[in-house]
Design a protein around this ligand. Structure first.
Ligand SMILES: [Zn+2]
Length: 282
């Protein structure tokens, strides 16, 4: 075969592969587009020092198989393959919490600050974390009901403690909440005691409490004091899965400082959020 004949075969195959075949594959590709692609590719090749195997045949091979057919059929190298996108847990693309009705209950407030020690007020910690948690839950598509979103009591000021707690339960029941999360800070006469724990209603499922405890400890690095059943009013009287989270001890100097800090409050909120997602994924 002489050189001209061989070259004419190459040109013929160029026409077959690039004009006849790609049209049905690429759908929208018009002959003009293909000619433009050819021209652009050829120009790019002549400017490139990395065309792989010089000479006219090398360039033609490169042009036909790597530059034109390669992208069409998604072959040869990884540049044209799309890696699967993963959706991290808890991102706004995760629909686990979409339309879930979640009551977030920052413990105490108003005339009742809860535990106070080391320049830390429990009611402030509880509210700050609860507001961060609310934002994350709303971002994930949940419908969040806050029993309070400022420093105040839930029942009218001057009500009894029983009325105050009942008012929180009523909000969850009236709104047919899917879950109820009460947020608290702990205290102990022994200032060495520290760590996070979560309570669940006695005689009922511990799953919500354990998922939140696990995720909270993972996110914050706090000592894991585990889960425990309890008969607290808000746990005893809510009909939906509920938990009362004790984030840490204000009576411990180190944990009081952490509970006071914005970054640690964010970690706690993230932990409770992650545990909530895990609960609904179960
Ligand atoms: Zn409390």
């Amino acid at each position: 075969m002489n050189k001209n004949k061989f070259l004419s075969y190459i040109i013929l195959s160029l026409l077959v592969f690039n004009i006849i075949i790609p049209i049905p594959i690429t759908h929208a590709a018009s002959t003009d587009n293909i000619l433009n692609t050819l021209a652009a590719t050829t120009i790019a090749d002549s400017n490139s020092s990395n065309t792989g195997g010089g000479g006219i045949f090398g360039q033609l091979f490169n042009l036909i198989f790597k530059k034109i057919l390669g992208p069409v059929f998604n072959i040869f190298d990884g540049n044209n393959t799309k890696s699967p996108t993963t959706v991290p847990s808890g991102s706004s693309n995760d629909t686990t919490l979409k339309n879930k009705i979640i009551v977030v209950d920052p413990g105490h407030g108003g005339s009742n600050p809860g535990a106070v020690a080391n320049n830390t007020r429990e009611s402030d910690n509880n509210l700050a974390v609860a507001l961060k948690l609310r934002d994350k839950l709303v971002q994930a598509g949940a419908k969040v009901i806050m029993t309070r979103d400022k420093d105040r009591t839930v029942a009218p000021e001057g009500s009894s403690l029983g009325e105050e707690l009942a008012a929180r339960v009523t909000m969850a029941e009236d709104n047919h909440a899917d879950i109820f999360i009460s947020i608290h800070s702990n205290e102990n006469p022994d200032s060495n005691i520290k760590g996070a724990m979560a309570f669940y209603p006695a005689g009922k499922s511990s799953t919500l409490a354990s998922e939140i405890e696990k995720a909270l400890v993972k996110e914050t690095g706090a000592i894991d004091k585990g889960t425990s059943s309890a008969t607290f009013h808000v746990l005893r009287n809510t009909s939906m899965p509920s938990t009362l989270v004790e984030m840490g001890f204000v009576s411990n100097q180190e944990e009081a400082a952490q509970l006071n800090s914005d970054s640690y409050r964010s970690k706690i909120a993230q932990g409770i959020f992650n545990g909530t997602v895990a609960f609904f994924k179960n």
